[in-house]
Write a protein that binds this ligand. Structure first.
Ligand SMILES: Nc1ncnc2c1ncn2[C@@H]1O[C@H](COP(=O)(O)OP(=O)(O)OP(=O)(O)O)[C@@H](O)[C@H]1O
Ligand SMILES: [Mg+2]
Length: 387
């Protein structure tokens, strides 16, 4: 919870249509005194928007009070908002004003309003209807305040209402001006601009030279889904700036969950390491078992997930290795083992060669102890392997 008397600079970076619409809506919200409900996933910028509404409104010279409703027990939340009188509960040694009283003619921003308990929802509704503040332990209203209310939530409040967890009458009161901020993955036009902005910001803050971003790294940044939205992107940029210390940012410098977002990074030097890290041996075993034990075909079990990039080359090689170990290196028998038709032999070999997953058959014809060498084999297969 915080009271912000003087406004620190906040900026809404972005050039997507979505951000332009948000800019227009927030200008419109700033011109009025109506309640605003801001919705959007975590990290999309709900608090940034609330601060901009306040700082561009006629209330800008009065305080902006922010209170996060999540995780606070009712008694504490009520006391924070409305204050209490001395002796109203253990530890209440003196009268204390609530945050609402600390923002006369200002703005109150209630974050995560969807988390309020039914009792607190009723208390808030009563305040919205009367504008009166009753401190905890007082037998009548203490004062009236003039504040503008902005609320935010990352919940689907409509679903919450249908489930009986949020009051519909309160929802109608809060939802006068509605601002929905879309997730970053739906406004990828903003990613390069945000990266640029945070690179400038953190290079200055950490006093390091501002690095370039290679096209490969930008490709990954654009393809990532950003579940944590701008907050996640901001953290990624800060971490990478500290890591590269001025040299160009390559795809491999990005955190593992961002690196690889654009698909199999086969051209990158750390390819094998990343593939190994993301490859689940259990997935390989499971796919092999579906073909070897349950008679399913390679074309329906392995091929589609490899083509959709949910299976790496390293994993495909492991599956081929499992098969070749059973057939003593014989690819023709392998097509049978993997439940493909006889006519598929050529097609299968071409497919493996095309993706560099054709393992030399000789490795499986020697003593079993050496067969593991197939795992690391990347080389072209001799023509004799086509048997
Ligand atoms: N368009 C933007 N331009 C610049 N910075 C932004 C933008 N959107 C968000 N940020 C930054 O991203 C971080 C997260 O934003 P904010 O706290 O407003 O998100 P939120 O939607 O309130 O998230 P939560 O639901 O988790 O509370 C902040 O550091 C904020 O400054
Ligand atoms: Mg927030």
């Amino acid at each position: 919870m915080s009271v912000q008397a003087r406004q620190t600079e906040v900026r809404l970076i972005g050039r997507s249509d979505a951000i332009r619409r948000i800019e227009e809506d927030l200008e419109c919200a700033a011109r009025s005194d109506a309640k605003v409900l801001i919705t959007g996933e975590t990290g999309v910028g709900k608090e940034v928007v609330s601060r901009l509404i306040h700082s561009r409104s006629a209330r800008a010279s009065a305080p902006l009070v922010t209170l996060n409703c999540a995780g606070l027990p009712d008694s504490l939340l009520e006391s924070e908002l409305f204050g209490h009188v001395r002796g109203s509960f253990t530890g209440a040694y003196r009268d204390k004003p609530g945050l609402l009283e600390m923002a006369p003619n200002g703005t109150v921003f209630l974050d995560e309003v969807g988390e309020m308990s039914p009792r607190m929802q009723a208390v808030l509704l009563r305040f919205l209807e009367t504008g009166e503040i009753q401190r905890i332990g007082a037998d009548r209203s203490h004062t009236r305040v003039n504040v503008r209310l902005i609320t935010a939530t990352n919940r689907e409040l409509r679903t919450h209402i249908e489930a009986g967890a949020f009051r519909e009458d309160l929802y109608f009161r809060l939802n006068v001006i509605r601002l929905c901020i879309p997730p970053l993955r739906e406004r990828t036009d903003d990613i390069a601009l945000l990266v640029d902005y945070f690179m400038d910001f953190y290079s200055r803050q950490h006093r390091t030279p501002r690095p370039e971003v290679t096209p490969g790294a930008m490709e990954q940044l654009l393809a990532h889904r950003w579940p944590g939205n701008i907050r996640e992107l901001k953290n990624v940029v800060e971490r990478v700036i500290l890591k590269v210390n001025g040299r160009a940012i390559r795809a491999v410098d990005l955190p593992p969950d961002v690196f690889g977002a654009a698909g199999r990074p086969a051209r990158v030097a750390a390819d094998a390491a990343v593939e190994a890290a993301t490859a689940g041996p259990s997935q390989v075993d499971e796919l092999a078992a579906r073909m070897l034990k349950h008679g399913e075909s390679f074309w329906s079990v392995v091929y589609p997930i490899f083509m959709s990039r949910d299976l790496t080359r390293a994993d495909l090689r492991k599956i081929i290795k499992i098969g070749l170990e059973s057939t003593n290196g014989n690819y023709r028998l392998l097509t049978q083992l993997f439940n493909m038709g006889d006519d598929d032999y050529k097609k299968f070999l071409n497919f493996l060669r095309k993706y560099d997953c054709h393992l030399p058959f000789q490795l499986f014809r020697v003593a079993p102890g050496r067969s593991s060498a197939a795992n690391s084999s990347q080389g072209r297969t001799p023509a004799a392997a086509n048997m």
